[in-house]
Design a protein around this ligand. Structure first.
Ligand SMILES: [Zn+2]
Length: 83
């Protein structure tokens, strides 16, 4: 198991937060009670704008922002031998 550089706890997995750029298109209209109501028409999202943050599950610190860095961390730590 690896150690989080922030809190020093042993970490064998990371929490991933994915932030998507997304636009929802809604229709706004007055309903039978004369109040505004909404209908969702469509949702558009862009995969190329997805941001990933790899987070320590113990302390919540953001450790990495790319899959490659996270993979290297998990792999290198798995190969570590105790002294
Ligand atoms: Zn931590």
């Amino acid at each position: 198991m690896g150690k989080c550089p922030k809190c020093g706890k042993e970490v064998n997995e990371l929490e991933v937060h994915r932030h998507h750029r997304q636009v929802e298109v809604w229709r706004a209209f007055l309903n039978g009670d004369g109040e505004i109501d909404y209908d969702c028409i469509k949702t558009e999202s862009w995969d190329e704008w997805t941001e990933e943050k790899y987070i320590c599950p113990a302390c919540g610190a953001i450790l990495f922002e790319t899959k490659e860095e996270a993979e290297d961390f998990l792999k290198s730590k798995a190969k570590q031998t105790p002294r």
